[in-house]
Design a protein around this ligand. Structure first.
Ligand SMILES: Cc1cc2nc3c(=O)[nH]c(=O)nc-3n(C[C@H](O)[C@H](O)[C@H](O)COP(=O)(O)O)c2cc1C
Length: 213
């Protein structure tokens, strides 16, 4: 596959509404998308989320029910569930420090940096910390959407679901995780997706950009 310009990928992808249930995304393409998620930048490199990759049809049916019956969840072959840490903890941050030591050695500034981060994050309430972690998951979602397009895989970013129900279905609470956003993967059904022929709706550059020179 030759590399496509980013602009083409962004125009090719769309929030797919109808996927073809007869087509499954090959594992190597799923792996490429997962790797892009793993490589996403996060604040202070904490990567404060996990990814649950659901193929099980029964579980996907339950998730679809918690998402107002959105059929992409069951018509696609995979659902990526971005699940953020429910809070920052000493243990979680220490694991990040260990990972840094492993990769780069025990640099003197490392401990001071993460000690400072702990003194900022740990006194905050869990909801504030969860919201911060969830924002990091959204960065990975954005990269995943582009990575899927690069793999010529269709996807739908999804916030339209009940997170508490999905947390229960996947047993996330006991793992200290909360579902943030879903991303079904599959292949568009070109004959049945009403959104496919429609033009993209985007604000003009002037509307969203203020240049301060
Ligand atoms: C965070 C987020 C949540 C979304 N939730 C849903 C959803 O639950 N169901 C859905 O069909 N589309 C959902 N969308 C798709 C948006 O409506 C869509 O991305 C937007 O209208 C732009 O269209 P495009 O992605 O087709 O270019 C969501 C998009 C984002 C980024």
């Amino acid at each position: 596959m030759t590399a496509k310009p980013l602009d083409d990928l962004l125009n090719w992808r769309y929030a797919t509404k109808k996927m073809d249930p007869s087509k499954a995304v090959p594992q190597e393409k799923v792996d490429a998308i997962i790797d892009a998620i793993r490589m996403a930048p996060t604040s202070s490199g904490t990567q404060p989320f996990e990814l649950i990759v659901v193929t099980n049809p029964d579980i996907r049916s339950k998730i679809a029910e918690a998402a107002g019956g959105q059929a992409q969840i069951t018509d696609g072959s995979h659902v990526l569930v971005f699940a953020a840490w429910d809070n920052y903890t000493t243990e979680r941050i220490d694991e990040v420090v260990d990972l840094n030591v492993e990769a780069r050695g025990d640099l003197p500034m490392l401990h001071a940096y993460y000690d400072n981060l702990k003194s900022n994050y740990l006194p905050r309430d869990a909801e504030t910390n969860y919201a911060h972690a969830a924002r990091q998951a959204y960065i990975a979602l954005g990269i995943a959407l582009v990575a899927a397009a690069e793999q010529e895989v269709d996807s739908t970013p999804m916030e339209g679901f009940d997170p508490n129900t999905v947390d229960t279905i996947l047993g996330l609470k006991k793992r200290g995780l909360r579902s943030v956003v879903l991303m079904p993967l599959g292949y568009r059904d070109p004959t049945a997706d009403w959104l496919l022929p429609m033009d993209k709706v985007r604000k003009s550059r002037d509307t969203i950009v203020t240049e301060v020179n």
